[in-house]
Design a protein around this ligand. Structure first.
Ligand SMILES: [Zn+2]
Ligand SMILES: [Zn+2]
Length: 149
């Protein structure tokens, strides 16, 4: 698990800064229940509830930047609607199976996907930040509700 201090040290090495705002955002993601993903709008409401309002445009900017830093993962779970979660290193690293009708999302682990990603990046001399597979499908409940047509 990333801690704020270990992350700060890592970011400093790479010349990035963990501003108090980004630290607050990181803490919210760290305290999320497993399997929960937040959109910028979700985060905006959470921050407001915690008495630390940050404007939506600042949130968008920070989420983008934190994804580029490799702290967060940007997920395309629903069409045109980005969600974010903390980017955990192995063994917490996971992928998503998502129902395109009700958005029910299941997280699953698969080491060979991560290994393939790492190998491919390495071969080309790239530094791997994340490797994610999103499977778009229709869940059993939605399949049943589609039947009587
Ligand atoms: Zn996830
Ligand atoms: Zn469904």
């Amino acid at each position: 698990m990333y801690t704020v201090s270990s992350l700060k040290a890592e970011l400093n090495e790479r010349g990035w800064r963990l501003t108090p705002q980004r630290e607050t955002i990181l803490q919210i993601f760290q305290n999320l229940p497993k399997g929960q993903h937040l959109s910028a709008e979700d985060l905006h409401i959470l921050l407001q509830d915690e008495g630390e309002p940050i404007s939506l445009s600042t949130i968008y900017r920070n989420l983008k930047l934190m994804s580029r830093m490799g702290i967060l993962r940007e997920l395309e779970l629903a069409e045109g609607h980005k969600h974010y979660e903390i980017n955990q290193p192995s063994p917490y690293h996971h992928h998503h199976l998502i129902c395109v009708r009700c958005n029910k999302t299941i997280e699953f682990k698969n080491d060979s996907i991560l290994k393939m990603g790492a190998k491919t990046a390495q071969k080309e001399g790239y530094h791997l930040l994340d490797c994610q597979l999103t499977i778009h499908a229709i869940c059993p409940t939605c399949q049943r509700s589609l039947l009587p047509m």
